[in-house]
Ligand binder design. Structure first.
Ligand SMILES: CC(C)(COP(=O)(O)OP(=O)(O)OC[C@H]1O[C@@H](n2cnc3c(N)ncnc32)[C@H](O)[C@@H]1OP(=O)(O)O)[C@@H](O)C(=O)NCCC(=O)NCCS
Length: 275
């Protein structure tokens, strides 16, 4: 009887090599070079090549491990109903209020950045998108392409009213702005942004990564990048269409603007973000 039971158990042991084989196949699939397209070096923008499990920049020699591909994370809660539309001058005070409400711990305090933000709202060189909930603006964020390097997409001053955090509006505004990128040229877009410690994990979920800098006043930022292609932009559009979002921005053109020169110093030079 005992022998019979053991024989039956041994027959069931096939599952162990099967699982091991499955694991090996999964690892090969994940690390197969063709599955990971070449990506740009976060430091100097040169196309980096894959070596082993890492990317190595042939120009500056920096080695980094994340491929930085944009992805849309799976949400644990549904996106609340909202409407996206282009910013207009009447939204100015509300947007500045949202900035001020987020300032403690979220944006660096001090006049420099609120002035820069107000200037960007007014000068119209960046396209600002606002997120309305029940007809009231609860979030905003800017997008522009950089004239000197038109594949670089600057995402500026993204914020949601603190009472409305966690309801999906940050996601909606990120996807809403990226979905404005043209999809007819087969381009690879490199969205970039400066983000604070508190918000960096939010963007890391979308595949953004980068290095840390400090400005002249000592405020620290992550200079975050990602890369996305036409299919990713289509996915952004699709996700918004599936959610309860009315998008009045579709068809807006992302403007070209000059690159803002920031005097930043790298914090812990050469050290990539811990994963
Ligand atoms: C960063 C910000 C835009 C996110 O907006 P939001 O509307 O709260 O984000 P969402 O509701 O779309 O969040 C999507 C998911 O990310 C998570 N998330 C949101 N903020 C996060 C954070 N700071 N860290 C980690 N996860 C975060 C949410 O829990 C949610 O996960 P879930 O789907 O599993 O529930 C918002 O927190 C904000 O305005 N912050 C202040 C301004 C700011 O820091 N802007 C960044 C530029 S410096």
């Amino acid at each position: 009887m005992y022998l019979l039971a053991s024989a039956e158990n041994i027959r069931e042991l096939w599952i162990i090599p099967a699982m091991a084989l499955f694991g090996i196949l999964a690892l090969c699939w994940e690390n197969w070079p063709k599955r990971r397209p070449p990506t740009l070096c976060w430091r100097c923008g040169t196309l980096a090549r894959r070596e082993g499990g890492d990317y190595v920049c042939p120009n500056c020699g920096w080695t980094f491990e994340k491929d930085g591909r944009f992805r849309i994370p799976v949400r644990t809660s549904p996106i609340s109903a909202c409407r996206l539309r282009r910013y207009c001058a009447a939204d100015f005070d509300t947007c500045v209020d949202i900035y001020r409400l987020n300032e403690p711990g979220r944006f660096p305090t001090g006049a420099q950045y609120i002035e820069e933000f107000s200037g960007e709202l007014r000068d119209g060189r960046t396209l600002f998108v606002v997120c309305e909930v029940d007809g009231i603006v609860r979030g905003c964020g800017g997008i522009a392409r950089i004239r000197e390097r038109p594949d670089l997409v600057s995402l500026t001053y993204r914020m949601v009213h603190p009472s409305y955090h966690g309801k999906g509006f940050g996601t909606v505004m990120l996807l809403g702005r990226l979905s404005l990128l043209p999809t007819d040229g087969g381009a690879t877009w490199i969205p970039c942004m400066a983000t604070v410690d508190a918000s960096a994990p939010f963007y890391a979920r979308f595949g953004f990564s980068g290095r840390k800098f400090s400005d002249e006043a000592g405020s620290e930022f992550w200079n975050y990048f990602s890369c996305l292609n036409d299919a990713d932009v289509e996915r952004c559009r699709g996700s918004l269409a599936d959610a309860d979002v009315t998008n009045h921005c579709f068809g807006e053109t992302v403007p070209l603007r000059e690159q803002l020169v920031a005097k930043w110093t790298e914090v812990e030079p050469g050290k990539p973000e811990a994963s």
